[in-house]
Design a protein. Structure first.
Length: 417
């Protein structure tokens, strides 16, 4: 919102000698110009990503469209769940894939609406910064002129003691306006940086969603090519896929255990099932993971959580922890070993230094593995972690919550939340 500037009479400057008054007026212009230049320079370095709070009407309209798309996603999830509850068949899986594609496309549309909404907000924020900078320049110019006049000169030029008091109050008001405007500009600049980061994340979400949509289309085409649209071929393919998943998952578990051993963690890992809260993970109910490490049930009925990951899988848990700790829900970031790149695209920092409230990634294996870092002990250089889907930890087989302590060098990348 544009701030009004304080209109200040400079009649009291008449008490000064003509040469002095001219010098003061010149200096005040120079000071005002310098202040405006100094303050406007950093603003030009901010991202020029368009529009923000242009009008309450347009913002409400964006929200209505986003709400409508979220409703569509809920309907697709419900339809997919109904299909998944039926007996497995080729036609069923093709229809489920179609619903999943529609859900992802709706998510892409939501990302675009959020992007446009943020563009408007950013443009408005930049306007607000400019308006406040202009007001700040005027206020500083007024203050500069005022400070060249002593209280005695001001008293002598006043028609009465009452006028003097009024003038002194006006000076105090200018000082307050200066302080408030500086605070407002700094707050707006911080807000602009936050909006810039949010735009980056929305664009990253959109990119990830487009890649997920392309993957679903490839999956659908591959399914048709491998079955040649024959139900008997589909049933054989289903059995083959499940046994292949079991083989890959066992190899993945071997890679995780090798990473722990190579880091010096061959002894007791202090594995526990935690306090029963499962780190607050909300999608465990109605979800099971079978002997082949495949998720079943969940929000879609096809084993997916609301963010598009297999429920009770390691990435589903870390997606939840990211949302729980930051308020940002990472969608379609892929397998665990794909998370570092996806996180950087979304504006998160990554590195090799262990710390609490981070995600730890083992990149080895076909999928990799990812955990949440509960705490770091510098003395022993170990991390206490929580996770899902470490075999035979927290319960028999796959898909359970567990906690353990491992060497910090077990994880080749840390994602800082």
């Amino acid at each position: 919102m544009k701030q009004s500037t304080t209109s200040v009479s400079r009649a009291h400057t008449a008490v000064a000698a003509p040469k002095k008054t001219k010098g003061l007026a010149t200096k005040s212009v120079i000071v005002a110009a310098a202040v405006i230049m100094a303050l406007s320079t950093p603003v030009s370095t901010y991202l020029g990503v368009t529009t923000g709070t242009a009008s309450a009407v347009s913002q409400e309209e964006y929200q209505r469209q986003i709400d409508a798309l979220n409703k569509e996603i809920g309907q697709y999830q419900s339809q997919a769940k109904e299909l998944n509850e039926k007996a497995k068949s080729l036609q069923n899986e093709l229809e489920v894939l179609s619903k999943q594609k529609a859900m992802i496309q709706a998510q892409i549309d939501i990302s675009q609406k959020k992007h446009d909404q943020l563009q408007e907000k950013i443009t408005q924020t930049k306007r607000d910064i400019k308006a406040n900078q202009d007001a700040l320049g005027d206020t500083l110019a007024d203050m500069y002129v005022d400070r060249t006049i002593s209280p005695l000169e001001m008293l002598a030029s006043s028609r009465s003691l009452g006028d003097y008091v009024v003038e002194q109050d006006r000076r105090d008001s200018i000082q307050t306006t200066l302080s408030e405007t500086i605070t407002r500009v700094n707050k707006l600049k911080k807000q602009l940086e936050e909006q810039k980061k949010e735009v980056e994340r929305v664009l990253a979400d959109q990119k990830n969603a487009r890649e997920a949509l392309a993957a679903k289309e490839r999956e659908q085409a591959d399914l048709l090519a491998r079955t040649q649209n024959e139900e008997a071929n589909y049933q054989k393919l289903t059995a083959d896929r499940e046994s292949e998943k079991a083989r890959v998952q066992k190899a993945q578990q071997d890679a995780i255990q090798a990473a722990i051993r190579n880091a010096g963690g061959g002894g007791s890992l202090g594995i526990t099932s935690g306090d029963g809260s499962m780190g607050g993970y909300p999608w465990a109910g109605g979800c099971t993971v079978d002997a082949n490490a495949l998720s079943h049930g969940g929000a879609s009925g096809g084993g997916e959580d609301p963010l598009g990951y297999g429920c009770r899988q390691c990435v589903s848990y870390t997606a939840w922890k990211t949302y729980q700790k930051t308020g940002y829900a990472p969608r379609y970031w892929g397998n665990a070993n794909m998370w570092p790149a996806a996180a950087r695209n979304a504006g998160f920092s990554t590195g090799r230094t262990p710390r609490a409230n981070a995600l730890g990634v083992i990149s080895a294996g076909q999928y990799g593995h990812i955990v949440y870092i509960e705490g770091y002990d510098a003395g022993s250089n170990t991390v206490r972690i929580s996770q899902f889907n470490y075999f035979n930890a927290g319960g028999p087989g796959w898909g359970h919550y567990s906690e353990m302590t491992v060497p910090a060098s077990t994880y080749d990348t840390y994602i800082y939340l």
